[in-house]
Design a protein around this ligand. Sequence first.
Ligand code: ADP
Ligand code: MG
Length: 635
Amino acid sequence: MIGIDLGTTNSLVAVVDGGIALVLADAEGRRLVPSVVHIPKNSSGGVLVGVPAKRSAHLAPATTFASMKRFMGRRSSEITAADQQNNAWQWELHGNAPAAVHTPHGPMLPEELAAEILKHLVSIANTRLDTQVTRAVITVPAYFNDSQRQATQRAGELAGLKVERIINEPTAAALAYGIDKLHTQAKIAVFDLGGGTFDISILQLQDGIFKVLSTSGDTQLGGDDIDNSIIHWIRGKIIELEPEFGFTPEIHQRIRSAAEEAKIRLSVDESAHLVFPFLTPDFSFECELSRAQLNDLARPTIRRTQSHCQRAMMDAGLEPTDLDQVILVGGQTRMPLVREWVNEVFGCREFEESHGSLRVGANPHKASGPRLNTSTNPDEAVALGAAIQAAILSGALKNVILMDVTPLSLGIETFGGLMNVIIPRNTTIPVKAGEMFTNALDYQKSMLIRILQGEREKAQDNWELGQLTIDFEPMLKATARVGVQFEIDSNGVLRVLARDTLTQVDKIVEIRSAVDVDDLAVQEMVESSVEHAFSDLAHRQWVEATLRAQQTLDAIRNGLTDYGDQLTDEETLSIKDNINQTLAILASGNTESGTGPLRDLKVALDSLDEASLPLADRMMEAISEQFLRDQGLIG
Ligand code: ADP
Ligand code: MG
């Protein structure tokens, strides 16, 4: 079984051979296959993949397709004007239909083009391994949503592969990093900045078990954005000289290649010379780009990674000093500015530059803080990890277990329309958790269980994933006992089981969308929970206080019915006054954000407690008398 990193920019194929993970090279010895497909005009079936395809981008940009991963599993409506402007090909966009591109073979979906890349990788593997490869593990960014993962799976199937597992890229990278350090214990951040996507994951490694503590990222952030800034800069320079200059798709493509080349060169050199002979028959152009200028152009893009890093750390409940290592993954992390930035964001102790000289980071005298680890080849780590996962699945490697996390909290609606969390956000899966619930009303015949996902306190503000109804014998309120259990298996399938403990009758629903949730939706949900944190908390406190008040009122009313005759008129009157006062506050409700009514309710309940002390005394006496009588201790 092979492991495949189907990257935005570059794709790789790797295997574990004799216990060692390695990337397979093509006939020319190249291990990185550019994720580019060229479909020649007037050809019936032949396509070019990789380096030859990338070369044809200059000559035939409209039929050469790159960075297609950015559009995998996306709808037409999700393709922005910028997406259309930055690419030379024609889109086939129709309302809500999946986004497709126009090719000489007719409209094609991004996964159909990805399948061509996968076929090419399989052919490399077949040649190198001298077998027919049929099974694979393919990686995707952690924040790919369900439809993007499905598109990836389909690409594999179109290439004739049985896709055994889709795994997250940062997790794969950590696997590649940790596989030979099984006996260490470490907390690691994986910072993956590739051509088109950014992922940050916080992982814990212990006794051969990888545990993802949290993940965050952006599926639309990467080296391409830096290239676009450079292209914009070059075009500006050209327009300074030739205000009327017409940029054809071919010229745009030449500028794009030169921009990326210069960027890569500037990871080592301090300055790069860009030359464009004969952009038009009578116009040639050249200019100089320094590393400092590149840094200025790239900084806004690189800065966008910070909030994701902070969120991932917050979700993992860690401070940067708790981390042992920060692993760099993705070709773009070879850029010195990215390393400096990561160093600063995570407060790393020191870092080693790619050419070997030790550079002191932002805080040279700091003894604690993670170490920036660049020992894993940033371009290969993901593919190696995929190969390792493949080996684990096929049983060739043992003692390593891979775990994922829940992107959002899962729970059910409980009394007062509140969210009752059963499995909190960022819990490692597989996981099983349960709670006991009871009936809210007398003689209730059934209980509706609404399964919710989200971070808000009010049930209605969360997403409802499903429902189930459990029937039971009618009985007094708070006497039924219904156990609710949530279980998420290693494939991310949520199974909710509800059991009436009296009849032992089970009801089960299965929900497949609980773990693979759209990244934007997760982000919005988390943001809205932060935004509404105060009003949500006030609401929960109010509802909970109301429920407690109702219980107290019920108990006191029952007490009055049974033992009221043993109280003085004055005592009874005082209790009733206090009951009315409490009821009045309950009836007036709360005003969302204010805590005034909550305070009033507390004061009223304290006062009610005090007024009902004589009643409580009578009740206690009666109960202990009954107890002693039952025990035969008094007559
Ligand atoms: P992906 O995972 O998206 O396929 P990669 O990990 O292969 O991407 O990274 C590709 C990106 O890394 C491209 O934007 C490329 O320009 C950039 N890159 C590759 N090598 C270097 C380098 N030495 N310096 C700076 N950027 C680089
Ligand atoms: Mg990658």
